[in-house]
Structure formats: C-alpha cells, structure tokens
Design a protein around this ligand. Structure first.
Ligand code: HEC
Ligand code: HEC
Ligand code: HEC
Ligand code: HEC
Ligand code: HEC
Ligand code: HEC
Ligand code: HEC
Ligand code: HEC
Length: 420
C-alpha cells in the first residue's frame, strides 16, 4: 500500500518535472530568439557567454567575495556574472603592460580600459573613439584651463593644480600616470573622465557612463548618468532636461519607462518620454544604438560663434557625415512620438534662436574683442582685464545657456538664464 502511494507520487512527480522542463524549454526558446533577433537588428558585438567561470576568476573571488563584499554583490547582479565574465577577464593583463601589478599569483591592471572592453564589445569602442567624448581631454590649451591652472589654482599637488585634478579632469579626463612601483599617480587616478588617456594609450573610460561593477543599462539610460558632467552654468543640459516637458513626463512616469528591457526602442518598448540616451544614443526603429554622441547633432553650441558641426572639417576637405544627415537621424527619434509638423517647427525655432545669437551678440562681440586687441587697447594675456570676463560670461555662460535651452525646450534657460 505504502509502496503504491509512493509509486503514485513518483508518477506525479515525473509529470510535474516534465511540464516544468517544457516550460523552461519555451522560456529558453523565446529568450534565445529575442537575443538572436537583437543581434540581427542592432548589430551587437557582444561575445557569446562563456560556459564556465575561469579558474583565475574563481581564485580572485575566493578572496574578494569576503574582502570586497559590496563589489562582489554588484558584480553578482551584472550580466557579466551571468555570462561568466569574471574579475580576471577584465582585470587580467600581460606582465609587460605599463600598469601591470603582480597580485598574488597573477598580473592585473586596476584600470580596465576601452581597449580591454573592445575584446568583447568592439562596435561600441569604435564608435566611442570617433566621438567628441574621446577628445574630452584636449582642454589643456583652452581659455577655461587658464582658470584652473592659474587664476583659481596653483601647482601644489605633485606639480599639478588641485582644482584641475578634482575639477576639470574628473569630467574631461586625466592623462593617467603610472608610478615606478606600478601603482597609479593619485593626481591622475581615481578618475573616470570621459576622454581619459589610459596607460595602454586608449582613450576614454566606459565607466564614465557604465558604473562598475553592475554595468547596468537602467543606470546608463537614466538622465542622471549624463548629469554628472552636463550641468552647471556653462552647459546646463541636465537642468534644461528637468524643466522640459520631456523631463516632466520622465519623472512622473518613471515606472512606465521600461528601463530594464534589453531592447529599448522609443515607441516600441516605451513611450512616456525620451531621456538623454534616447535622443543621443539609443536605437530607433530605423537606427542602431550609437556610442558617438555627435551622430545626431547639427549645430555645435560650444564655441563663441556657433557653426554647423561639419563646417570646420568640410572646409579642411575631410569627408564627414553632413549636418543634414545627422539632423535627419535625430528626427527619426522624434518621430516615435511626434508628427512632422511639430518636429519641423521645433527646428525652425531652434535655428532662428541660434542665428539671432550669432548675428546680434557673438559676431559683433568677437569683432570688438579682435579690434581691441589689434589696436593694443587690451593685451593677449587671458583674463587680465574686466572686459575679458564680460565677453567670457557673454558667450561661454549666457550665450551657451540660451542656445542649449532652445535646443532642448527649456524656455527659462533661453530667456532668464540666457538672453537677459
Ligand atoms: C589571496 C587573496 C587574493 C586573491 C587571490 C586576489 N586578491 Fe585582489 N586583493 C587582495 C587584497 C588583500 C587586496 C588589497 C591589498 C593589495 O592590494 O594587495 C586586493 C586588492 C585588489 C585590487 C586593488 C589593487 C589596487 O592597487 O588598487 C584589485 C583590482 C584586485 N585585488 C583584483 C584582483 C583580481 C582581478 C584577482 C584575481 C586575478 C585578485 N584580486 C585575486 C586579495 C586577493
Ligand atoms: C566587465 C569588467 C569588469 C569585471 C568583470 C570586474 N571589474 Fe573590477 N573594475 C572594472 C572597471 C572598469 C573598473 C574601474 C577602473 C578604472 O578604469 O578607473 C574596476 C575597478 C576595480 C577595482 C578598483 C576600484 C575600486 O572601486 O576599488 C577593484 C578593487 C576591482 N575592480 C576588483 C574587481 C573584482 C574583485 C572583480 C571580480 C569580482 C572585478 N573587479 C570584476 C571592470 C571590471
Ligand atoms: C570577456 C568578454 C567581456 C569583456 C572583457 C567585457 N564584457 Fe561586457 N559583456 C560581455 C557579455 C558576454 C555580455 C552579455 C551578457 C548577456 O547579454 O547576457 C556583456 C554585457 C555588457 C553590457 C550590457 C549589460 C546589460 O544589462 O545588457 C554592458 C553595458 C557591458 N557589457 C559593458 C562592458 C564594459 C564597459 C566593459 C569594459 C570595462 C566590458 N563590458 C568588458 C562580455 C564582456
Ligand atoms: C562638471 C563637469 C565639467 C567640469 C568640472 C569641467 N567641464 Fe569642461 N565641459 C564639460 C562638458 C559636459 C562640456 C561639453 C558641453 C557641451 O557640449 O555643451 C565641456 C566643454 C568644455 C570645453 C569646450 C570644448 C570644445 O570642444 O569646444 C572646454 C575647452 C572645457 N570644457 C574646458 C574645461 C576646463 C579647463 C575645466 C576646468 C576649469 C572644465 N572644462 C571643467 C564638463 C565639465
Ligand atoms: C556617454 C555615456 C556612455 C559611454 C561613455 C559608454 N556607454 Fe555604453 N551605453 C550607454 C547607454 C545609454 C547604453 C544603452 C543604450 C540603449 O539600450 O538604449 C549603452 C549600451 C551599451 C552596451 C549594450 C549594447 C546593446 O546592444 O545592448 C554595451 C555593450 C556598451 N554600452 C559598452 C560600452 C563600452 C565598451 C564603452 C566604452 C567605449 C561604453 N559603452 C561607453 C552609454 C554609454
Ligand atoms: C564624465 C563626463 C561626461 C559624461 C558622464 C557624459 N558626457 Fe557628454 N560630454 C562630456 C564632455 C567633456 C564633452 C565635450 C568634449 C569636448 O568638446 O572636448 C561632452 C560632449 C557631449 C556631446 C556633444 C558631442 C559633439 O559631437 O559635439 C553630447 C551630445 C553629449 N556629450 C551627450 C552626452 C550624453 C547623452 C551623456 C549620457 C548618456 C553624456 N554625454 C555623458 C562629458 C561627459
Ligand atoms: C528630445 C530629445 C533630446 C533629449 C531628451 C535630450 N537632448 Fe540633447 N539635444 C537634442 C537636440 C535636438 C539638440 C540640438 C541638436 C542640433 O544641433 O541639431 C541637442 C543638443 C545637445 C548637446 C550639444 C550641445 C553643444 O554644445 O553642441 C548636448 C551636449 C546635449 N544635447 C546633451 C544632452 C543631455 C546631457 C541630455 C539629458 C540631460 C539631453 N541632451 C537630452 C535633443 C535631446
Ligand atoms: C518617447 C516619446 C517622445 C520622443 C521620442 C520625443 N518626444 Fe517630444 N514630447 C513628448 C511628450 C510626451 C511631450 C509632452 C506633450 C504635451 O505637452 O502634452 C513632448 C513635448 C514636446 C515639445 C513641446 C510641445 C508643446 O506643446 O509644448 C516639443 C517641441 C517636442 N516634444 C519636441 C521633440 C523633438 C524635437 C524630439 C526629437 C528630438 C522629441 N520631442 C522626441 C514625447 C516625446
């Protein structure tokens, strides 16, 4: 009797197990076909997941699981964990690398540069390398730099200005220096500035947007990610976004943004609002994700006088993507939620504001400054006369704010923080 009941249970058990297997099989198939479809549509270069964690990474974890439990948990939540991409796959290095340190039985680098990421994510790295982000470190000769090095600062930190180290470089990037014992010079690291120059010669820090060790797409798609750098008096994109209708909808409908979804196309996977990533980076129905944030921009709003983004390079005879192509790509984003008339109308408003700024303020202001210098009424030394501060405030602060406000729909920045 007992045996029979037991037998009965066993049959039930097997039926349940088989149903369970079937369900798992379907989940697997749907997941697989989704990933596969993604690969075709969006040209992802992500390598196939590894089936086992390497023995090197298992060794790292044997110590770091306890020692760095927070870091270990972050990694444990990442897709890398699921794909068996462990500590050693990212931190492992050649013994001859400039920043190689001997660590227990291994050679490792603390810095995991874009060159390392490109072993598995080459498309993203190639696009990033073409972008203005990768040039972020090229500010040393700029007028702004005189502020950090001379006016506000002094070379008291291993020959560097503490203002540059903790200010400019944290956004733009440092030139990383390795000390003779293989550790990183503290004037140059910690630093995840966007155009950082790494010991292996590669540019940038993917961690500027993909925070370790979770590398979460939810976090990367969030406007706060860009807001670390894109804010403040001279480029308040974050504040502009927050007060725009897009920002309003984003914060009020956050639970409908579907930020966790692996595929994330406006109009298909979410519709509440676009984020910075949506407009400048994410895939549209027609276009793949881009890691060149200049791909969809037609004007450059940074210099004293705005020009079309391809103007300089075209004059030099270089073949670059035209501003019209870039603008059309941006329009494919808008089209997920708007019709042609409102998009066209928006661009007319924006173009007219930039032209007014150029003609009424920037060009005459620039001519005045050139004339003053030519007639030796002012010197060539930066910031040694009040008028130089006034001119700097005019184009670098108010002038940029007005243009940025108009480019992303924040009337207060265009008017009261801008034109006035
Ligand atoms: C036997 C224990 C142990 C093993 C195995 C181990 N670590 Fe560590 N790790 C430590 C300790 C202790 C520290 C802090 C002191 C130091 O730097 O030695 C550390 C520090 C680090 C640092 C920071 C170093 C710095 O200079 O800032 C990194 C990165 C690191 N480990 C990565 C790894 C990786 C990757 C592996 C596997 C290849 C690994 N660890 C294996 C114990 C270990
Ligand atoms: C997908 C690649 C990747 C994996 C996997 C990875 N790391 Fe990192 N790790 C990074 C990046 C990127 C940085 C940032 C360093 C920089 O570029 O400034 C970093 C920084 C670190 C640092 C120094 C900074 C800090 O916060 O202390 C330690 C220590 C470290 N990792 C340990 C580990 C350990 C231990 C593991 C395994 C559990 C691991 N990492 C797995 C990419 C990775
Ligand atoms: C050894 C190969 C390897 C290296 C090195 C590597 N990755 Fe990955 N990465 C993967 C794989 C595989 C996946 C996909 C996992 C999946 O979809 O299940 C992935 C996924 C990602 C994702 C998407 C996460 C998500 O939620 O979909 C990001 C972002 C990412 N990696 C960034 C980086 C960055 C930044 C670096 C360098 C600091 C890096 N990876 C280094 C293999 C790697
Ligand atoms: C909070 C982050 C942050 C800090 C700090 C910062 N910048 Fe910037 N900087 C940016 C961003 C973001 C841009 C691009 C703005 C845009 O495109 O509208 C930029 C633009 C520039 C440009 C224009 C580059 C070009 O291609 O036209 C220069 C030059 C510059 N910064 C120099 C500096 C210097 C020098 C310092 C320190 C005195 C500094 N920045 C501090 C974030 C920062
Ligand atoms: C300016 C911020 C930024 C920087 C810098 C950045 N990423 Fe991304 N990355 C993003 C955003 C945002 C997404 C999510 C796009 C989406 O799914 O809509 C993303 C997505 C990804 C993905 C997933 C792609 C896919 O098809 O799902 C990978 C892999 C990745 N990035 C790797 C990198 C690597 C490697 C670097 C360094 C060269 C890097 N990223 C630098 C913002 C950035
Ligand atoms: C760590 C700082 C940092 C972060 C984070 C960052 N940026 Fe930037 N970004 C910069 C700097 C610096 C520049 C200007 C580089 C220069 O001109 O030299 C810039 C320039 C740009 C430009 C102008 C590109 C061009 O070709 O003119 C766009 C657009 C942009 N960023 C968008 C974004 C978006 C969207 C994000 C978030 C997904 C983001 N950035 C995150 C620092 C950052
Ligand atoms: C609705 C789409 C949209 C959103 C959301 C958006 N942008 Fe923009 N952004 C634009 C457009 C359109 C322009 C102007 C493009 C042109 O010149 O044709 C622009 C211009 C820029 C520029 C170029 C400025 C320069 O100085 O040349 C930067 C930098 C930028 N955006 C960053 C951001 C950041 C950071 C966020 C989020 C805080 C953001 N954008 C949100 C559409 C958007
Ligand atoms: C994911 C959907 C989405 C995308 C993509 C998007 N928008 Fe919007 N947009 C909205 C929503 C929602 C509103 C708020 C509508 C309202 O005011 O009732 C809005 C408002 C606007 C407004 C203000 C309209 C008004 O009546 O005040 C303008 C202008 C605008 N968007 C332009 C753009 C441009 C240009 C792009 C592309 C660069 C774009 N949008 C991309 C969803 C989107």
């Amino acid at each position: 009797m007992l045996n029979c009941i037991f037998h009965h249970c066993k049959t039930h058990f097997f039926i349940i197990v088989n149903i369970f297997r079937l369900i798992l099989f379907f989940i697997f198939i749907s997941f697989y076909s989704k990933t596969f479809a993604n690969d075709i549509n969006f040209n992802s270069t992500i390598q196939k997941p590894k089936s086992y964690l390497s023995k090197e990474s298992a060794a790292c974890i044997s110590c770091h699981k306890e020692r760095s439990s927070g870091l270990y948990q972050q990694w444990g939540r990442s897709k890398h964990f699921g794909a068996n991409v462990g500590c050693y796959e990212c931190h492992g290095t050649d013994s001859k690398a400039i920043d190689a340190i001997r660590h227990k039985d291994f050679f490792i680098s603390v810095i995991v540069s874009p060159k390392k990421c490109s072993e598995c994510h080459s498309t993203e790295v190639e696009q990033f390398n073409k972008s203005h982000h990768a040039k972020g470190v090229e500010i040393l000769g700029s007028l702004d730099n005189v502020l950090a090095e001379v006016i506000e600062g002094h070379s008291t930190f291993n020959g560097q200005s503490p203002v540059a180290v903790s200010g400019c470089w944290q956004c733009h990037g440092s030139v990383i220096k390795v000390l003779p014992n293989g550790t990183l010079d503290p004037t140059t690291w910690p630093n995840t500035g966007i155009g950082r120059i790494n010991p292996d010669g590669s540019r940038g820090a993917c961690t500027a947007c993909h925070q370790r060790h979770e590398f979460s797409l939810v976090q990367a798609r969030h406007p706060e990610t860009c807001g670390k750098c894109h804010l403040g008096p001279d480029h308040p994109q974050k504040e502009i976004y927050d007060e725009s209708k897009h920002g309003i909808n984003f914060y009020s409908q956050l639970n409908r943004m579907n930020l966790e979804s692996s595929k994330w196309v406006a109009g298909e996977d979410y519709d509440a609002a676009p984020t910075c990533a949506t407009c400048h980076m994410s895939a549209t129905k027609e276009l793949p994700i881009t890691h060149d944030v200049g791909d969809r921009i037609s004007w450059t709003l940074r210099p004293a006088i705005s020009e079309k983004i391809d103007a300089k390079l075209s004059i030099m005879g270089e073949k670059v993507k035209s501003w019209i192509e870039r603008r059309n790509e941006m329009k494919t984003v808008c089209k997920a939620c708007h019709e042609d008339n409102i998009i066209g109308g928006f661009y007319e408003q924006f173009d007219n504001l930039v032209s007014l700024y150029n003609e009424k303020f920037a060009k005459p202001g620039n001519e005045l400054m050139v004339a003053l210098t030519k007639n030796e009424l002012i010197t060539n030394v930066p910031f040694d006369h009040k008028i130089k501060f006034i001119w700097f405030e005019l184009w670098h602060h108010q002038g940029r704010r007005a243009r940025h406000g108009a480019s992303m729909q924040a009337p207060d920045y265009t008017q009261w923080h801008g034109y006035v």
